[in-house]
Write a protein that binds this ligand. Structure first.
Ligand SMILES: [Zn+2]
Ligand SMILES: [Zn+2]
Length: 415
């Protein structure tokens, strides 16, 4: 018998994650978009046969952003945790605003999609035909899951995006043993994250220095995950400094609070959120700019969002501090590498000092290695990375694993 896996996206790239697993069911694992592509246009996964159901690992758009396109002509059920569903609603709405006609679905399709959501909780497997599907906590963002599929006595595990280390918001991902096929994200397979404690100390040092000089510490942050982690981190180190939160991160923070079971220490997070200033209107924005303070706002890579206005109006003692990865050619990347951003198709010099601290929500190299060692899989399919073929070679030659980095459109048959 056996089964197969079709790689419809995130194959030798980061973005548009989509994998069709064919057991006695057709299961679509994620259906995302690639927002930043060299072509200048978003990219979507390859078309697929109609699945029997969809399983969504987490809400980030590179995993969820194309899911509503199924609802142009289908009534397929999609499984996700409750936070994933709620975050998707906001992100889909926002991407319709930003990308509008560029998306392969319309408002009615995303409304319809919400009706076909079916909750799946961590550690509560469902059984359908000869296939079981189980979610395990991935430690990446609220509601993020590792997917464990059982079929004919085999275990197929999809890591989604995961984090092995504890963060302020989440416990690190659980490990899984005796895996047969592992579909593994490799965002940081070639890189180790610097020690977290030291990073945090350096970040706080930069913040204090900026505030002492009367400036704003501007922290561009993704609305989902990073904004909440930064609130917790800053409040863990300092109960007093003024913090302002602007942009979509406000709404996502509300969703995080609505699902306390998906947060490591819900009570202290609630306390931290209550202690920050939520920016609701223009006068709040002015107040934030005038106060020596930390301002957390999107977009994380400076491509639009509330952070830009703060940047344009910041006094000269302010500082811009990135805490997340910036994709090539985004404003964040341009600023870090070339010292300017693009505004209305013109280069705009930014005179503020710029810092970067790697507070990634992804597993670093040693996390990835120890997950693989514990899983000890018969086959490893490396996805969601820039150069997974290099890592595949290393796993094969140095560690004796059967590892591959499939091309987009490739079918992997397992017997
Ligand atoms: Zn993610
Ligand atoms: Zn991702």
């Amino acid at each position: 018998m056996g089964f197969f896996i079709d790689c419809l996206g995130a194959s030798r790239e980061v973005g548009r994650s989509a994998f069709l697993v064919r057991t006695d069911k057709k299961i679509m694992l994620d259906y995302g978009i690639k927002i930043f592509d060299k072509s200048g246009f978003p990219k979507f996964p390859l078309e697929s046969v109609n699945p029997d159901f969809i399983v969504l690992s987490h809400a980030h758009l590179d995993h969820s952003g194309c899911l509503p396109s199924f609802y142009r002509n289908s009534k397929v059920r999609w499984y996700a945790t409750p936070p994933t569903r709620d975050i998707c609603e906001i992100l889909w709405q926002d991407s319709m605003k930003i990308m509008g006609d560029g998306l392969p679905y319309r408002k009615q399709h995303f409304k319809k999609a919400l009706k076909y959501w079916t909750p799946l909780l961590y550690d509560h497997p469902i059984e359908t035909g000869g296939t079981t599907v189980e979610f395990l906590d991935a430690g990446h963002i609220s509601g993020s899951a590792i997917v464990n599929i059982g079929y004919e006595g085999k275990k197929i595990v999809y890591s989604g995006d995961f984090k092995g280390e504890n963060t302020y918001m989440h416990k690190g991902a659980e490990s899984i043993e005796d895996v047969d096929v592992l579909i593994m994200e490799t965002t940081y397979a070639q890189r180790e994250h610097p020690p977290r404690k030291k990073l945090e100390a350096n970040l706080m040092h930069e913040v204090y220095e900026t505030l002492d000089d009367g400036g704003n510490a501007l922290l561009p942050a993704f609305a989902v995950g990073r904004t909440q982690e930064l609130i917790s981190l800053l409040r863990h180190h300092d109960k007093e400094i003024p913090i302002f939160v602007d942009g979509m991160g406000r709404d996502i923070t509300k969703i995080y609070m609505k699902h306390p079971r998906y947060i490591r220490e819900a009570q202290s997070f609630r306390k931290a959120v209550r202690s920050v200033n939520i920016v609701e209107n223009i006068s709040d924005k002015k107040k934030a700019s005038r106060t020596p303070s930390v301002i957390i706002a999107g977009a994380g890579m400076l491509n639009g969002g509330a952070i830009l206005n703060y940047l344009y109006h910041a006094n000269k003692n302010s500082k811009l501090i990135f805490t997340g990865y910036c994709v090539e050619d985004t404003n964040g990347w341009l600023l870090l590498n070339k010292g300017y951003i693009m505004k209305d198709e013109q280069e705009l010099q930014v005179d503020l000092p710029v810092e970067y601290f790697d507070l990634s929500a992804h597993a670093g190299r040693s996390d990835i290695m120890s997950f693989i060692e514990k899983a000890n899989p018969e086959k490893i399919i490396l996805v969601h990375g820039d150069k997974p073929e290099k890592f595949a070679q290393e796993l094969k030659e140095e560690h004796g694993y059967d590892a591959i980095a499939p091309l987009i459109g490739e079918r992997i048959e397992i017997h």
